[in-house]
Design a protein around this ligand. Sequence first.
Ligand SMILES: Cc1cc2nc3c(=O)[nH]c(=O)nc-3n(C[C@H](O)[C@H](O)[C@H](O)COP(=O)(O)OP(=O)(O)OC[C@H]3O[C@@H](n4cnc5c(N)ncnc54)[C@H](O)[C@@H]3O)c2cc1C
Length: 411
Amino acid sequence: MSDVIVLGAGMVGTTTALALQARGLDVVLADRREPGRETSYGNAGIIQGEAMEPYALPTNPVELIRLGLGADNAVRWTLGGVLGQAGALLRYLGNSRPARHAAISAIYAQLVREAVARHEPLVEAAGAGNLMRPRGFRQGWRGQRSFDAALADAERVVKTYGIEIEALDGDALARVEPGLTARYAGAIDWKDCWACADPGGLVACYAALFEARGGTVLRADAGTLTRTGAGWRVTGETGPTEAARVVLALGPWTPAALRPFGARVPMVGKRGYHLHFKGERTLNLPFMDTDVSAVMSPMRDGLRVATGAELVPMDAPVNRSQLIKAEARAREMFELGDAVEAEPWFGTRPCLPGMLPVLGEVPDQPGLWAHFGHGHQGFTLGPVTAEILAAAMAGERSEIIAALDLRHALA
Ligand SMILES: Cc1cc2nc3c(=O)[nH]c(=O)nc-3n(C[C@H](O)[C@H](O)[C@H](O)COP(=O)(O)OP(=O)(O)OC[C@H]3O[C@@H](n4cnc5c(N)ncnc54)[C@H](O)[C@@H]3O)c2cc1C
């Protein structure tokens, strides 16, 4: 019998397995797919050392209506998508009030500050340096007024959290990104970010590192999880595997997996899409066009155009409208070339109304732990909260463990 089974081999589960293993535990990492093939595959690939404040909803009614009307392509919604998560959305809105959001951001910033430093030794030990790009992530604005306003806010962030930016005017941006054919009023380069050219590949390298250090990776479905006399069992391709404890790190699928164990967690699922394009010229660093809320990331597979948030049920059919707008803008920006795939990839950002990821033991289920809810920044934060979870499982207590306690997220 092992010490711990981690269910879910995305960025969060894989780094959880590594953190527990580093504490001397015998760990099994189980997933129904290969490691890093879901949300942790399809994201924009940015280790967001700048994301000190989680995305809030606007609390000003005019801005909220603008967002609801899809004015800047940031959000698309369907009635079913909003009504199906209405309770969670209302709580999310409540937590977006400035005082509440500032308190949440103070905790979030502690996590984000550690992200690059937590990834660095893993990237090195996993031999994944070839997947990483130079530091930075750029955000561009076409209009001078909107750029000036964004720069003022970025300076507030710099002052509050002590991070580094470089402001680029249109000419300076054109010099550092010669592939850009569109003219921008200016851009902000967030220097504390680190981009990855193959996010799923990085998770796969981390999983291989876990195996090389003696861990076991296997295929199993969380639906087979049952309690045994001494612990927990999952049954996979190679038969049953047992451990004293189990961690559910199933990203957006975690709330559904927790239900049979009596835990109800309201979640806001924000779907995003991407497509790759194989143009002649690409970008040096990921670039966000703020007018269409799309991130263009240079990846191994081509230039990845990724969209903002779509509030729809997790099994809703594909709707290409945000992607169409993002692609149209990207065609103004580069010689984009043809799409690599016929159908877009999509995945769901697991966002909790409290805007913080959670971890902890499920009430009345000794040995059953959960670790999820990393929203827009799970690729960034996986190794950070993995360390905190490992400390919590070792019986340590701290303010940050209390702040991320799973019980805050329960209905
Ligand atoms: C378009 C888009 C862009 C993004 N850009 C960024 C970014 O630039 N930077 C950033 O930090 N974050 C970004 N994110 C968010 C980030 O991708 C997620 O927060 C993160 O990937 C969540 O990781 P996870 O390990 O919790 O979930 P996942 O990666 O989804 O992993 C969950 C795992 O559980 C497995 N699983 C599910 N159900 C079962 C089951 N029943 N049995 C067994 N296994 C199961 C899945 O196969 C999967 O491997 C983006 C997200 C999207 C959608």
